[in-house]
Design a protein. Structure first.
Length: 827
RNA sequence: GCCGAAGUGGUGGAAUUGGUAGACACGCUAUCUUGAGGGGGUAGUGACCACAAGUCGUGCGAGUUCGAGUCUCGCCUUCGGCACCA
């Protein structure tokens, strides 16, 4: 006979067995069913980089628990998985190893898919998609064409952020501290043509709808709000003296307009050249522009440049005062924001103040704090609100009121109007890369830019089925480039840019609702049933880029008639990082833990359990090898509790009346129901699986102790406790629970079972501990029946020996009784 | 500089939302299980004190309250985001 204490749960065979059943029986395959309530759980899909890491394990485990839990709650749950498969690493790997990016990508997908299956994740694999597959990107190309038709796509020449090492353009969002987000090399400016999505057309809605995202972390909403960066102000024309030109400025401080003492233009501003041309200043200006551009390029991360500028030789006129002020080109004015021209009010803007001091320009105070009179020399700009002084007819007004009045005045006189400006800029999507979705347009010498006709889609990436290393950027693919113009049938050439990979990930969640639809990007009926995503889960690193683009795409697809929703993700959970030795796990730090090794050694359930138990999902998870042992020990403890019951036979006796049970049985039954409540609450409130697990541990500890002590627990009560334990743990450790459930004789699997019901009556405590405080300090504890009344509690408290001693005869001033909780005696 | 989040034992983290601070777990100590092995059981484990009694304890300082980890105000520290945005 084997020593029961050494008996262990054989995870390897068990996990293989259930994974086989899931693959064959497809219990997680779903179809739309309008009669049932749907629930869409989605984890951010992975880039097929090679193998999964602990961050993936954590992300997908969280999603899987939610999916399984919601199924037990009766929802029709869609839980898909796919691959964000275009991108630079495939090209780099291909170059390095002389294989085709497609081969590298699909090999990785095959490997990683097996890894995910080994984790026991409950995906509907029939919905799997890979964005590099023409059956996916052809619809993206169609969406592009529809957007082009609607004027939401345009081509322009711009200065772009160019990464030398990746040899591609980067979106502004992909430039981090002046370096490439991917390779960390410095980014340089470069002028070229590129395609843009008019995301700024949606800036207002993207901002306004943030208020609808009540299921998102506040932090993410705030980050998006700041990123969109709406400011309200005045656009105003300052005529150039002696010329019919004018300088248009944007300001959020129209109330300071009487304090303008000069004008600053960005060095890139076209007027800089024009105004100085042919004057004695021309050479100096040109030199200044040249050096500033170089300096800006080199600008290191957090350093602000010293304020520098050069007089253009021109003056312009303040339309409010007619006053003549000098026009400068300045290094601190951004061409990309507002109009690239700034009215300078040194008294009320620190940058202008610094500049004025450096160049000996006048500083004129026009706003004062209400109380303060005297005119001592300003030591720095006063930027707070206040009362206007020396401001013509607006003098004496409050600065907030003056903003409005001044805008009105400008509008009435035709030299300005209210204007809203955004920090957000249009999304540059052109990439000079091979491994991406081709942009479906044709350049014709005669007809210009011609969209590829819909029936010619997809524009297939050349060589995808020829893994022979022909993966050069598209502009070297002469076969691909040469085509005929759809309009005039003359010789023409294809666009060689591919789309930013963020385009693929901006709508994949919608495509999951109809991955095989062969007639349209989306099947409106499927989309209407399944969308929006009810719960989205992923890392906070996507708080701006991916989530903003997806929101934008959702609105575009709505306006194109494919969707009927405004927002893609109802609830968002941003999971924390996996940390080891105080740092995020990464290859470069050499602190990675390989999920494969863990699963091999402990089994998927143990790994899942640990990652859920060690921290709540939104917090960083500190990796701890001993914690994994602990998770493994717990499962074995449950196993040892269940195994004897399995051997005792498979009858499931009915629960006798509670009054007939002995105290240990009643206690276990009570604890069982308390645990159902605790676990349910933990999951429902904020997916705090760590506390859910600890509640089950308490239940298991109690049951184990009762059994070990030889207490006569009614078989029906123990049985119900174990059934419940397996139901509650199932979403977290599915193979384990299914196996044990089968062992104790159930023929219906947990996949077909409902979440246990909580019985408040059964959970109610018979006796409670009431604390007795004197002046707020705990002095005694009373064990009393749960229904003891207030008066009786007070009497019991006062009669308590220790309380008597503490009071030492002092007369209570006040006694506070909180039912079922405490008595506080104030003396 | 601006915005946001977080500070609780040796460690990860609990605390019914104003009512027993430290659940659950890891680690550690002692002990039992024929000696060891990532096994099991029992007891202990916030600090001070030789125990007990007691005192002190949730980043710091005030405040509200019978009662504060929780609420208010003011600081400090750490982390994240944005950053010459006019």
């Amino acid at each position: 006979m084997e020593n029961p204490s050494s008996e262990r749960y054989e995870f390897k065979a068990v996990e293989a067995k259930w994974q086989r059943r899931w693959a064959e029986g497809k219990p997680y395959k779903v179809v739309a069913d309008p009669a049932r309530k749907k629930y869409y759980v989605l984890e951010m899909f992975p880039y097929p980089s090679g193998r999964i890491h602990m961050g993936h394990v954590r992300n997908y485990t969280i999603g899987d628990v939610i999916a399984r839990y919601k199924r037990m709650r009766g929802y029709n749950v869609i839980h898909p998985m796919g691959w964000d498969a275009f991108g630079l690493p495939a090209e780099n790997a291909a170059l390095k190893r002389g294989i085709h990016p497609a081969a590298w990508t699909y090999d990785n997908i095959a490997y990683m898919r097996d890894q995910l299956k080994a984790m026991g994740l409950s995906y509907d694999w029939d919905r799997e998609l890979a964005t590099c597959d023409p059956s996916y990107y052809r619809w993206e190309q169609l969406i592009f064409l529809k957007m082009l038709e609607k004027g939401l796509v345009y081509r322009k020449e711009t200065t772009v952020n160019w990464c030398e090492s990746c040899a591609t353009v980067l979106a502004r969002e992909q430039v981090i501290d002046g370096c490439c987000w991917r390779c960390d090399q410095p980014v340089v400016p470069r002028t070229m043509h590129g395609w843009f999505f008019r995301i700024t057309d949606y800036a207002e809605e993207l901002l306004a709808d943030l208020d609808k995202l009540t299921g998102w972390p506040e932090k993410v909403v705030t980050m998006q709000r700041n990123w969109i960066g709406r400011s309200q102000g005045l656009a105003c024309d300052f005529p150039v003296e002696g010329s019919d030109r004018k300088i248009t400025i944007f300001t959020t401080r129209p109330d300071t307009i009487y304090g303008v003492t000069f004008m600053s233009l960005a060095v890139e501003h076209p007027l800089v050249e024009q105004l100085s041309a042919g004057t004695e200043h021309a050479a100096a200006v040109r030199e200044f522009v040249r050096t500033t551009l170089i300096e800006k390029q080199r600008k290191s991360l957090d350093e602000e440049l010293d304020k520098k500028g050069v007089f253009t030789g021109a003056y312009c006129l303040n339309p409010f005062t007619g006053e003549r002020v000098p026009v400068f080109a300045a290094n601190f004015v951004l061409m990309e924001y507002g109009t690239g021209a700034v009215m300078a009010v040194p008294a009320h803007d620190q940058r202008d103040f610094d500049f004025a001091n450096a160049y000996n320009l006048p500083i004129r105070e026009v706003i004062r704090p209400a109380a303060q009179h005297p005119t001592e020399k300003l030591s720095q700009a006063y930027t707070e609100p206040g009362v206007l002084v020396d401001s013509g007819p607006f003098t004496g007004m409050d600065s907030e009121a003056a903003k409005e009045a001044i805008i009105k005045h400008a509008a009435a006189n035709g030299f300005g109007q209210a204007q809203v400006t955004y920090r957000l800029r249009d999304w540059g999507i052109s990439r000079q890369r091979y491994w991406g979705a081709p942009i479906p347009v044709i350049h014709c010498a005669k007809c210009g830019i011609v969209p590829v006709p819909e029936e010619q889609l997809p524009v297939v990436l050349p060589g995808t089925d020829r893994p022979d290393g022909s993966h050069a950027p598209l502009h070297q693919q002469t076969d691909f480039i040469a085509t005929t113009c759809p309009t005039c049938a003359g010789a023409a050439r294809r666009e060689t840019d591919t789309m930013d990979t963020f385009v693929e990930s901006s709508w994949y969640f919608a495509r999951y609702t109809c991955p095989d639809c062969a007639t349209s990007p989306l099947d409106p009926e499927q989309a209407r049933y399944w969308l929006p995503v009810d719960q989205y889960i992923g890392g906070v690193e996507h708080a701006i880029l991916h989530l903003l683009y997806s929101r934008f795409f959702t609105k575009v697809l709505r306006d194109l008639g494919y969707l009927n929703i405004d927002e893609p993700f109802r609830n968002l959970l941003t999971q924390g990082m996996v940390i080891k030795d105080g740092a995020k796990m990464s290859k470069s730090k050499g602190n990675v833990v390989d999920p494969n090794e863990l699963i091999e050694r402990y089994g998927a359930d143990t790994v899942r359990l640990f990652s859920l138990f060690a921290a709540p999902p939104e917090r960083d998870l500190e990796w701890n090898a001993q914690g994994v042992d602990g998770a493994s020990r717990f499962l074995n403890k449950v196993y040892r509790l269940v195994a004897p019951v399995a051997q005792a036979g498979n009858t499931s006796p009915a629960l006798p009346p509670l009054e007939s049970l002995n105290e240990p049985s009643r206690a276990l039954h009570r604890k069982t129901h308390q645990t159902i409540k605790k676990v349910t609450d933990s999951i429902e409130s904020n997916f705090h699986f760590n506390t859910a697990i600890s509640a089950v541990m308490e239940l298991v500890n109690l049951a184990s102790a009762l059994v070990a002590d030889g207490k006569e627990v009614a078989p029906a009560v123990l049985r119900a406790c174990l059934d419940t334990t397996l139901l509650l743990l199932f979403p977290m450790v599915p193979h384990f629970c299914e196996e044990l459930r089968e062992m104790i004789g159930h023929d219906r699997s947990l996949d077909q079972s409902s979440w246990p019901d909580f019985d408040a009556e059964a959970a109610r405590e018979e006796a409670i501990t009431v604390i007795v405080q004197v002046n707020g300090k705990v002095r005694a504890r009373l064990e009393v029946p749960a229904d003891t009344g207030d008066d009786e509690l007070q009497d019991l408290a006062l009669a308590d020996e220790r309380i008597q001693k503490t009071l030492a005869g002092k007369e209570p001033k006040k006694i506070i009784v909180v039912q079922r909780k405490l008595v506080n005696i104030v003396v």
